[in-house]
Write a protein that binds this ligand. Sequence first.
Ligand code: UT7
Length: 325
Amino acid sequence: MKSAKIVGLGKYLPPKRLKNSDLEKIVDTTDQWITTRTGIKERRIAMDSSSSELAHRAAKRALKDAGLKADDLDLIIVASITPDNFFPSTACRLQNLIKARNAAAFDISAACSGFVYGLTCAWQLIGGGLYKNVLVVGSEVLSSITDWKDRSTCVLFGDGAGAAVLTQTNKKSFLSAHLGADGSRGNLLHIPAGGSRMPATCQTVDQNLHTIKMKGNELFRVAVRIMVDAAKVALSKADLKTKDLDLLVPHQANKRIIDAVAKTLKIKDKVYYNLARYGNMSSASCAVALCEAYQKAKVKKGDIVVLDTFGGGLVWGSCVLKWTL
Ligand code: UT7
């Protein structure tokens, strides 16, 4: 039976830092409020770069780590809620940037769970025998859809990209995945205008309907339960228990959410955090966190690593990996 394993990881964080003290000058907020309510201290801002450009840098690093060339890729999947355009896809733009001439390419829209959705697709497409080498990228320029006058959201988000290269193997590395969605609660986190439901007009721009709107309180209440359930279901599908887990790499929306998930799962010292430095980067959060955990040797061969994500849609996704890198 064929399966997939991760053979390379890369990340790119744009150099421009936006600190909490900088935000104090833009909106009515304080470093103390942001730190205690979210755990975030600073985030990165892409300035003039698009999602495909951040993805390009992360992808090149992942390919180098994997020891593969762009021409070795059969498929590129990009997860993003800030694609360069509606179409062509950001994955097609990335394919052109890295010159992956033999790769098919498509985008995934699954918000903060996009990277896990992408990994799961890649794993199954490789396992089914269709493809051998697949690049999965989570890349976001959330600063482009942030309402910089709304203190309840603008302090939360940041820009960045993380990439993984997967290849075919006979060994079991992807042990399980659990993906879910609840479209009835899509209004908790969304951008109202710009799509076919409400195309862009002067009015939608005047009414500021092209930026992120979030009911943070309501999301907070469901986030912990959904993330705990997703991790537990994914582990049980792999015939594992919480105590078997070596590292949880969660979506980085809020430190209080991650702490609560860790407490409920009783894995407090087995969690990777990076949101203090980058904020919430949607699909890029889990991708960058996984890359960093690997680069900082927080995971070793044979470890059980659980990715656990949750976001607008609503969507959630968790997958269990036996680490092979
Ligand atoms: O990635 C996708 C998933 N995203 C999430 O899961 C996000 C989940 N939600 C959250 O992380 C939190 O709900 C937030 C961080 C967004 C907000 O934290 P909170 O503790 O739920 O605050 P709140 O919305 O209940 O607001 C409490 C108070 C309010 O003032 P009043 O009405 O009590 O006077 C807000 O106006 O804090 C005020 N507030 C702020 N004060 C200073 C809201 N934002 C700020 C701010 N600075 N930036």
